[in-house]
Design a protein around this ligand. Structure first.
Ligand code: THU
Length: 159
């Protein structure tokens, strides 16, 4: 028996000012996108902004429904929006931010499992890593590829 370990490395920033201009811009677009959230049931307003390889930015926000499972997270709204509009342009980075009680959450909001799985598929499809920028008011986390958020990812029907 061998004991194996999976290590996850990510960057933590203390403020938006520490980010590159590109990432700061994307983070701002994710924060702005929280305004388009429709979240009357949870009051948790999530925004996501996807930067494509050609620099195009596509946004999304969580959309809830009275039949709860019919709603969709901000991340998938943004990625499906991007893939539906620009199917041939790979995704480079996705930024995510959440507002609760009218203010940006201090801790970064981390994507649900279903959103991570969807990110994984677009990463494979795009042929290079997608970075994930999780934007909180007091800290910002950056993961350089989706598998860092979803180890042992399901990405093949052949084993
Ligand atoms: N939500 C997102 O949009 N993204 C996440 O990463 C976590 C959760 C949404 C789903 C629902 O509308 C609300 O936040 C509360 O779970």
């Amino acid at each position: 028996m061998d004991k194996r370990q999976i290590d996850i490395t990510y960057l933590e920033y203390g403020s938006l000012g520490e980010l590159s201009a590109e990432d700061r811009d994307l983070a701002a677009r994710a924060i702005e996108a929280t305004r388009n959230s429709y979240a009357p049931y949870s009051g948790f307003h999530v925004g996501a902004a996807v930067r494509l390889d050609d620099g195009t930015i596509v946004t999304g926000a969580n959309q809830e429904n009275i039949a709860y499972p019919s709603g969709l997270c901000a991340e998938r709204t943004a990625m499906f929006h991007a893939a539906a509009e620009y199917p041939d342009t790979p995704m480079q980075t996705i930024a995510i931010a959440a507002v609760s009680g009218g203010t940006l959450c201090s801790e970064p909001a981390t994507p649900c499992g279903a959103c991570r799985q969807v990110m994984a598929e677009y990463q494979t499809r795009g042929g290079h890593p997608i970075s994930i920028l999780l934007v909180g008011a007091e800290k910002i986390w950056k993961f350089s590829r989706v598998d860092n958020l979803l180890p042992l990812i399901f990405d093949s029907l052949e084993k």
